[in-house]
Design a protein around this ligand. Structure first.
Ligand code: FE2
Ligand code: FE2
Length: 358
């Protein structure tokens, strides 16, 4: 095992990544509990804590190849097009290589979940400092603990069960940096709680529905019930704040939401996997863009099933001249606008409480 003392300065530089930012750490002397929905959410968070060490069965035997093939991401028609494309860079791949692609993809996806969770940990620590309302500070503090637990479980699963880990994807990394660089407290919320966590909630849900690996399934089920609260926290807080903003200020938020959505879509090119397979990622991305297989379209669209209704609940879709409605229509995700928003559905997703009462 490597300890910090064993690392050279260069390695340390690669191991840590600093984001410079200027923001106000805000005290409030108003301790009155006036925000009832946030208060309720905070109570829920206190009773729904779980312990990653004891609530999950880490003695479960996991076969990485089985997990990866089950999820089918290496062999589905999403990649069938790559195999069949004229002069494809993966033409020479046989079953062995495709299985390797599948394991790498699964590990890469879980690694991005892991790094995204650390982003959430930093963002909620930030929100605890910057949000001006006491009820929100209380709640954000519980989320810091939740996110630490999520980083813990994904790191442990990758390390002990899958045996490999990937660096953070460039698109996700730069997005997290930009969210943390912004000094406006509501932008931390909008970027993390609504956009990144909204997408994560949908992505966890898809993986949870497909996998039969019991440890991963339970881990995702528990993480998702925390995430539903986190997204609800964003919806309940920003709903109040955005009511007070001018059309011009709202337009800035609409643009930020759309730009973030576009960057999250690009996250799924998974160039790090192709690099590891010795294939030029740009070439793969070009083919997938050109062919745009239905499975890929469907998958990317589903990822917006939480973001869009939550943006609507915040009033962002139709604010001003409805700029965001137009944009979401252009990228083909507006059909989710009337799906359940997470501000309401979080209570139904409390898996920890369900298990305890059973
Ligand atoms: Fe999380
Ligand atoms: Fe979260």
């Amino acid at each position: 095992m490597t300890t910090t003392d064993d690392l050279t300065t260069t390695e340390m530089r690669d191991t840590i990544h600093a984001v410079t930012s200027t923001f106000d750490s805000t005290f409030t002397w108003d301790y009155e509990r006036t925000r009832i929905p946030l208060s309720k959410l905070y109570e829920k968070a206190k009773t729904s804590q779980w312990n990653a060490s004891t609530d999950l069965d880490w003695s479960t035997d996991v076969d990485p190849e089985k997990v990866a093939s089950e999820l089918g991401i290496g062999t589905s028609d999403r990649f069938g097009v790559l195999r069949d494309y004229p002069n494809s860079p993966v033409k020479h791949f046989g079953d062995k290589e495709w299985l390797e692609v599948a394991v790498n993809l699964q590990c890469s996806l879980l690694s991005q979940f892991l790094h995204g969770e650390q982003g959430a940990l930093l963002c909620t620590a930030r929100i605890t400092e910057t949000v001006p309302w006491i009820d929100a500070k209380y709640y954000a503090a519980t989320q810091v603990m939740d996110e630490a637990r999520h980083v813990e479980v994904f790191a442990r699963y990758l390390n002990e069960k899958m045996g490999r880990q990937f660096r953070i994807n460039d698109n996700l990394g730069s997005l997290l940096d930009d969210i943390l660089r912004d000094s406006r407290w509501d932008i931390t919320y909008l970027g993390m709680q609504i956009m990144v966590e909204g997408l994560a909630l949908a992505a966890f849900g898809l993986m949870h529905a497909i996998t039969n690996e019991p440890l991963l399934k339970k881990l995702l089920r528990y993480v998702m019930s925390d995430e539903a609260r986190h997204v609800a926290f964003g919806v309940l807080s920003l709903q109040e704040f955005y009511r007070e903003l001018s059309v011009a200020e709202l337009r800035e938020r609409q643009e930020f939401a759309f730009e973030t959505a576009a960057r999250l879509q690009r996250r799924f090119m998974q160039s790090e996997v192709w690099e590891r397979m010795g294939v030029n990622p740009a070439e793969v991305a070009r083919i997938l863009d050109e062919v745009n297989p239905p499975a890929q379209q469907q998958f990317q669209t589903m990822l917006f099933s939480k973001i869009v209704p939550n943006c609507k609940k915040l009033g962002l879709i139709d604010a001003g001249d409805g700029w965001l409605r137009e944009k979401f229509t252009e990228i083909g995700v507006i059909q989710f606008e009337d799906w359940a928003d997470t501000g309401e559905e979080y209570e139904l997703l409390d898996e920890v409480a369900k298990d305890r009462s059973a």
